[in-house]
Design a protein around this ligand. Sequence first.
Ligand SMILES: *[C@@H]1O[C@H](CO)[C@@H](O)[C@H](O)[C@H]1NC(C)=O
Ligand SMILES: *[C@@H]1O[C@H](CO)[C@@H](O)[C@H](O)[C@H]1NC(C)=O
Ligand SMILES: *[C@@H]1O[C@H](CO)[C@@H](O)[C@H](O)[C@H]1NC(C)=O
Ligand SMILES: *[C@@H]1O[C@H](CO)[C@@H](O)[C@H](O)[C@H]1NC(C)=O
Length: 430
Amino acid sequence: MCKVIQAVPRRSSGLILWLILWLVVVKPGGVTACPIHCVCYPSPMTVSCQSQNLTIVPSDVPFDSQRVFLQNNRITQLRADSFGFETQVLWLYGNNITWIEAGAFSNLRVLEELDLGDNPSLRHLEGGAFRGLEKLQSLHMHRCRLAALPHDLFHKLYSLQFLYLQENQLNILQDDLFSDLVNLSHLFLHGNRIRVLSENVFRGLVNLDRLLIHDNRIRQVHRKSFRDLGRLTILYLFNNSLAELPGQAMRDVQGIQFLRLNGNPWSCDCEAQPLWEWFRTARISSSEVVCTSPSQRRGQDLRFLRELDFALCPVPDPGSPVGTTTTTFSSKTRWWFSKTMKTFPKTPFDSAPAKYEMSDAEAALPKLDPEEYWANYGNEDASIRCFEPECPPGFDNSAFYSSSTRTNVPSFLHLASLSVVAVSLHLVFG
Ligand SMILES: *[C@@H]1O[C@H](CO)[C@@H](O)[C@H](O)[C@H]1NC(C)=O
Ligand SMILES: *[C@@H]1O[C@H](CO)[C@@H](O)[C@H](O)[C@H]1NC(C)=O
Ligand SMILES: *[C@@H]1O[C@H](CO)[C@@H](O)[C@H](O)[C@H]1NC(C)=O
Ligand SMILES: *[C@@H]1O[C@H](CO)[C@@H](O)[C@H](O)[C@H]1NC(C)=O
């Protein structure tokens, strides 16, 4: 016994002791502990610290967490050193975030969902705020009072599929803002103050499926705005200030199935002809398109104007499909409209619908599972975003362990580390 100690010089035996201490205290603690004020769930490893009045991100969130819930606290800043862990899901909605350092999330290399919604003091963002989030699929920034977005905010977010920017104060969308978002399928921009859709505003969005941009102040859409949106199926432009819409823009969105244009001051003079002609061939479900001017056509639906109404207009813009029949609608189109009006409830299209509300017709879209649709709308679905202690009665949360019960549940790793200590001490001191 004594021989062993003599064989090991004093300095290196001290080093070994420190190494053991470090292994015991730092490593296993970082893997298993649940931070104070938080509740932890295994598989997927979830750390839930909501509604605790936290002002900073806890420093001891386990490194290999899979979901970290920090919503409804009072966190004010996010810095690069705020996140000493990796996680796939990070909820920070309902805080008081005022500043996000450039590169704040760059250590979160596997992050797939980031929810920053309902942070009403987050008025400005730095260009590099989301740098490094190349696996991010879903980014929520609704109700943050954002007035503008830096032109490079979404650079390299190649995996992003859902982008929620609704109910902010955006008034300008810069050209090519979304140009790296090749995988984006849902873009929610409703409830902002956008006035113009420029030629290159949606450039690069080749996989966009739905564009919700209602409840804005749009008065002008460039004829090439929708050039890359060939896969769009839902377009909401209701409750804006549009008097006309270029026929070319609508011809670029060939796959469209649901269109809402109500709540705009449509002008039904000659400028309406390209849109009217597009409607003649489009097989879609559309809202009303009620004329505001000229006065003799006020209240009429633009879609159902007659060819005669445009008899005195100049030749339509080149490239537009010119009708060959003398009737206003082809029999096919007329069949579609009559079918549509009979089958689908009239109310949702008559007035501007309430926010987030889908008509039955849309809910019945065959390719879409309504649950999936609603799950991606944000915080509205309580059943999906329920975690103890906010869950409805009867919610099964038997699998959790919390910081208070943790000490009663010695983990395997902790036991393992203790035996490592015992064996090491035995080796060193014989
Ligand atoms: C958070 O602060 C509010 C107001 O100061 C208080 O009513 C509430 O109990 C606090 N919540 C927690 C979990 O400490
Ligand atoms: C949010 O944070 C700012 C300081 O960054 C503070 O002045 C303000 O009172 C906070 N708001 C709330 C609701 O806590
Ligand atoms: C787009 O998403 C698909 C899966 O949905 C993925 O395989 C592909 O790599 C993504 N594209 C990019 C550029 O990340
Ligand atoms: C139309 O949009 C404005 C501003 O975005 C909003 O205040 C208003 O409530 C909306 N109206 C309807 C009927 O949705």
